[in-house]
Design a protein around this ligand. Structure first.
Ligand code: HEC
Length: 151
């Protein structure tokens, strides 16, 4: 009987020690800030899609002429150079968007309006999704050259 009482006391003592111990050793978890990468300069935004890096040389007028033809065929239903229609006016687009962004918008409009902050904003403003015209990389590059003549 005595032993039982003793062990009961011991058990309670243990219980109190384990629960009542001070919590000094529990240092608070420091909160590290997670920064979301949204470049404030739109010219640094390359967009999302197959085009990772483009280096522009001197204007290639023959390529620009090719681009104009493709633009007239595939884009002019929704875009004019100097006037907003279904989509934005494209005059000066090469001065407000990076070459990679422009080509990714042409080659991957669905991905762009879903994930790229600038394209998302445009969709919210224009309310019509830009259509994927299934162009090749070279066709998109030619249109980019044409846009360079419309700065
Ligand atoms: C069905 C209509 C439609 C067609 C066809 C279309 N676009 Fe667009 N485009 C849009 C709309 C609308 C936007 C604005 C973003 C959005 O709402 O998805 C846009 C946005 C753009 C932008 C971004 C403009 C800016 O101010 O940043 C570029 C560049 C562009 N289009 C180029 C083209 C090219 C090049 C073609 C042809 C290959 C083309 N688009 C075909 C409707 C169209």
């Amino acid at each position: 009987m005595k032993l039982k009482t003793l062990s009961l006391i011991l058990l309670s003592a243990l219980f109190i020690i384990s629960c009542g111990g001070d919590k000094k050793d529990k240092t608070p978890v420091s909160k590290t800030e997670v920064k979301v990468e949204t470049p404030s300069d739109p010219m640094q935004d390359k967009g999302i899609g197959p085009v990772k890096s483009i280096t522009l040389g001197d204007l290639d007028q023959a390529l620009a002429d090719q681009g104009k033809e493709i633009f007239t065929l595939k884009c002019s239903a929704c875009h004019k150079i100097s006037k907003r229609v279904v989509g934005p006016a494209l005059k000066g687009v090469t001065t407000r968007r990076s070459p990679e962004w422009i080509m990714n918008m042409i080659l991957n409009p669905e991905g762009m309006v879903a994930e790229n902050p600038i394209a998302k904003k445009l969709l919210a403003e224009y309310l019509a999704p830009m259509a994927n015209q299934n162009l090749t990389h070279d066709e998109a590059r030619a249109i980019l050259e044409y846009f360079r003549t419309k700065e």
